[in-house]
Design a protein around this ligand. Structure first.
Ligand SMILES: [Zn+2]
Length: 270
């Protein structure tokens, strides 16, 4: 067994090997296929990986605990989610797309994906299409932006988490998303990305997932369900996962632990 590396060594390796993008002037690295971390977050990530390697070298469980649909917790162990009742507004930046057809594809896929999450748990999205032409400084702004991003890499889409600063709240869509050979349901890809936006980590980081699935640190996470290989948050890896990326019954029950039932199922009284 190789000796465990220090966080500094892992950090240096991640900087060398992970794809780097500059988005809105901030240098970020893409990890786990669709998550972007700035340098500070990448360092924290390296510390988590180092801890795991050391635990494994010492014969410990090394993060091998069984984990279900995976939420995020803050440093005090509190679950991370959007404020109750907050309308999750977004725009789709038309000028960022290569064609109007691509823009329409994303608008439509977002419509399906947001409706599916609204039918799943107590969240509400709103497309502010009047802001698709761009956001004026000082004017009304959406909670997050959806925009195309092309740096020649093979990524499909990249999301963010609720605890990220407003400037980082962007869902990036790469050209592969529009490829005729994508092989995934496009609304499904956005269901998955919106799962991150709502605060869910990848299902396949759990130890039950096949070894071929990417390994990820489990720091600051919480179990919300049993392991579900068909979860919307599971990658298509190691012979499991799905290309449809549907929200499963297990996902639904777990999401309701964080956000409660959908508004349509509740009779609210003043
Ligand atoms: Zn993901």
């Amino acid at each position: 067994m190789p000796s465990p590396r220090s966080a500094g060594e892992i950090f240096d390796e991640l900087k060398q090997t992970k794809h780097k993008i500059v988005i809105d002037g901030i240098e970020c690295y893409i990890v786990e296929g669709d998550l972007r971390l700035d340098a500070g977050q990448l360092l924290a990530y390296a510390f988590e990986l180092a801890e795991r390697e050391q635990a494994r070298a010492g014969g410990g469980s090394g993060g091998e605990q069984r984990q279900p649909l995976v939420g995020i917790v803050d440093d005090e162990g509190r679950m991370v989610r959007w404020k109750k009742g907050l309308l999750l507004t977004y725009n789709v930046l038309r000028s960022s797309f290569a064609s109007d057809a691509d823009y329409q594809t994303v608008v439509q896929a977002m419509r399906v994906a947001t409706a599916d999450w609204e039918a799943t748990c107590g969240v509400n999205f709103k497309h502010l299409s009047e802001l698709d032409g761009g956001v004026t400084p000082g004017g009304p702004a959406p909670l997050f932006q959806v925009k195309a991003f092309d740096d020649g890499s093979g990524f499909i889409a990249v999301a963010f988490f609720p605890d990220e600063p407003p400037a980082r709240r962007t869902v990036l869509i790469f050209p592969s998303f529009f490829s005729p050979t994508l092989g995934f349901d496009r609304a499904g890809v956005l269901r998955h990305e919106l799962g991150h936006v709502l605060g869910f980590r990848h299902e396949h980081i759990r130890s039950e997932a096949p070894a071929l699935c990417p390994d990820e640190p489990l720091g600051n996470t919480i179990n919300l369900s049993d392991y579900d290989p068909r979860s919307v948050m599971h990658y298509f890896c190691g012979g499991v996962g799905t290309r449809e990326l549907q929200i499963t019954d297990v996902d639904r029950d777990a999401a309701r632990k964080l956000y409660g039932p959908p508004d349509k199922d509740v009779h609210y009284f003043d």
